[in-house]
Write a protein that binds this ligand. Structure first.
Ligand SMILES: Cc1cc2nc3c(=O)[nH]c(=O)nc-3n(C[C@H](O)[C@H](O)[C@H](O)COP(=O)(O)OP(=O)(O)OC[C@H]3O[C@@H](n4cnc5c(N)ncnc54)[C@H](O)[C@@H]3O)c2cc1C
Length: 564
């Protein structure tokens, strides 16, 4: 059986950064991913990464903007770590080969992004994630003697010893269907978010909350799960993202009367207010009958105000997206967009070194909740989060491995259970519904009741329906009975993970009886610091979720009214 000091599940930016950091500390490392690493969802990141690099900028300003963006729910110790370490991390990326855009003076160029008080977003046109992910993968190649790669292996569960410490995982080789166990002194979850629990979403098909659900099932608390980000500019039909970089370059948002309605909601920052504020303003325009497009369900994003040469240079990917997916030349006419599910601020609760409550289990990136994003993430802070906390988790896990032995895990029993579970799915009679139908219902349910605006009745409906969908999912049948690239069976497992994530989101949203960040309760429209300036933690209790609270860490910025 393979054995490693540090085993990382997930090969997006968080996972690859963790692997490189742990390898540099001298640990024996392995990285596992259900898809080829450069197909990880980080590849889709478009607009850029934040760091206070400009000589006129300061990490404290970045930290304050992040705290304010989080609607004061972010933990300020973690935010300080992230923003203080950001400039060195971005310069490190540039030194290892990321071709960040440069200005006419030859300096690294920085673009404006939402909620930021200065231009501090470094970028590679609108393919920043792709550029970063490929460079990190090159670096992994350089470490091929110390970092083993399990590419196209799907993790099915975590291995725990009798004291509850994590000692490895069970996984299935996607190519052959072979099941295997992997021992590790430390496991780092870097499995990304859970956007596919919503429909539509900007997230790819592989973003199904696997890591969040595996940690939850193993007993780790989830935090801030009610905080789900709706991005203001997604294509109406498909949910495909039009990067915030467009508004950073100066694009306007217009309603059916041609008004730049952001002047009402955010007179100072206009289109570059934080995402929760912009999405709410758009949804209000739509709900009050000032939307555009079929059924008035959209808003115009007008990129024609950006000089065409600049659009073709700095936003070239969305020029292609507009043409291919909406039939619109964005350099010549407005494109119709609306708010769409994009990111989850919540995840597996960790400290600033990525440690979870389970000994030997770490989490970093979108799967985790440190919490640097609190109630609302600022654009271009997620790539930063993946790198800073991926690196810190890798370093910490490597150091821990040096002083610890392999936990004694009963891998045979868990391997047998997971094999029986998969055999059971394949053998299901065809009398229930298909996985894809249940998944579609779940996504639409979440988009209806746990979106930009929420209320008790809608959330309770969602809660009840999720229970029904869980029962149906346990009986859902699949077509493919084979072993080679059986994505059908993996889809059934992913559906279970998504249902766990959706349940935690809805339970958290019901619990939080106030409006803060991305959670806007029409029945509790005010922020209520006296009662709700606290995190909601959700753990598994028997079969159902159990709610508890933890304090928000405040270091230097007292909560204040949030205006843009
Ligand atoms: C369209 C789009 C544009 C974005 N643009 C930006 C931007 O400009 N700036 C910014 O800061 N943020 C941006 N974001 C957000 C950001 O890209 C993500 O939050 C971030 O890349 C997540 O990285 P990650 O490493 O945590 O996870 P991911 O990159 O999603 O990687 C997850 C990894 O886990 C693996 N995995 C998952 N489950 C399993 C399993 N069961 N077994 C084995 N492996 C598994 C996957 O194969 C993958 O390798 C954007 C997001 C989207 C959707």
């Amino acid at each position: 059986m393979p054995e490693h000091d540090v085993l990382i599940i997930g090969a997006g930016l968080a996972g690859q950064r963790a692997a490189l950091a742990a390898a540099r500390e001298g640990a024996s490392v392995a990285i596992m991913s259900k898809v080829h690493p450069v197909r990880s969802h980080s590849v889709a990141a478009a607009g850029g990464i934040n760091a206070a690099i400009a000589v006129t900028d300061d990490w404290r300003s970045h930290a304050y903007d992040t705290v304010k963006g989080s609607d004061f729910l972010g933990d300020q110790d973690a935010i300080e770590v992230m923003c203080r370490e950001a400039p060195d991390e971005v310069m490190h990326l540039e030194h290892i080969g990321v071709t960040f855009h440069r200005n006419e003076k030859g300096e690294m160029d920085l673009r404006a992004f939402g909620g930021a008080s200065a231009k501090r977003t470094a970028y590679v046109a609108d393919i920043t994630g792709q550029a970063m992910l490929h460079v990190l993968y090159e670096q992994l190649m350089k470490h091929h003697e110390t970092v083993d790669r399990y590419e196209e292996w799907f993790t099915t569960s975590l291995l725990l010893d009798e004291h509850g410490a994590c000692g490895g995982v069970i996984a299935r080789d996607v190519r052959s269907g072979e099941m295997s166990s992997f021992r590790a002194k430390n496991v780092i979850l870097a499995c990304g978010g859970a956007g596919q629990a919503y429909k539509p979403t900007t997230n790819g098909l592989i973003v199904t909350g696997d890591g969040i659900a595996m940690a939850y099932r193993a007993g780790a608390p989830l935090m801030d799960m009610e905080m789900v980000q709706y991005h203001p500019t997604c294509l109406v039909e498909t949910g495909i993202l039009i990067t915030e970089g467009a508004r950073g370059e100066g694009a306007h948002l217009l309603n059916s009367q041609g008004e730049r309605f952001m002047s009402k909601a955010a007179p100072n920052k206009m289109e570059l207010a934080s995402r929760d504020v912009v999405s709410r303003a758009e949804q209000t325009e739509i709900d009050e009958g000032r939307g555009v497009g079929p059924g008035g369900t959209g808003i115009y994003l007008d990129v024609t105000v950006v000089p065409r040469k600049r659009t073709l240079e700095a936003l070239r990917e969305i020029v292609n997206l507009g043409r291919d997916f909406a039939g619109v030349d964005i350099t010549r006419e407005p494109i119709t967009i609306r708010p769409g599910q994009h990111y989850i601020m919540g995840g597996v609760k960790t400290d600033v070194d990525g440690r979870t409550s389970i000994e030997g289990l770490y989490a970093a990136g979108e799967v985790a909740c440190v919490s640097v994003h609190g109630g609302n993430r600022l654009g271009a802070n997620s790539l930063l989060d993946t790198l800073i906390f991926g690196r810190r988790a890798g370093e910490h896990a490597a150091a821990r491995a040096a002083g610890t032995s392999f936990p004694d895990v009963d891998w045979k029993a868990q391997l047998r259970r997971d094999m029986e579970m998969i055999d059971g799915i394949i053998a299901r009679p065809r009398d229930g519904r298909r996985v894809s139908e249940i998944k579609s219902d779940l996504g639409e349910l979440m988009n209806r009741h746990a979106a930009v605006f929420r209320d008790e009745a809608g959330l309770q409906t969602a809660r009840e329906r999720i229970d029904e969908l869980r029962e149906e999912a346990d009986r859902a049948w699949i077509d493919d009975q084979g072993t080679v690239f059986n994505q059908d069976v993996l889809g059934a497992l992913e559906l279970g993970y998504m249902i766990d994530c959706a349940e935690a989101t809805v339970v958290g949203a019901i619990e939080r009886k106030e409006s803060r960040g991305a959670q806007f309760r029409t029945d509790y429209p005010e922020r209520n610091d006296a009662e709700w300036l606290k995190h909601i933690d959700i753990t598994r209790n028997g079969d159902g979720p159990k709610v508890s609270y933890s304090p928000v860490t405040i270091t230097q910025w007292e909560p204040e009214e949030r205006k843009y």
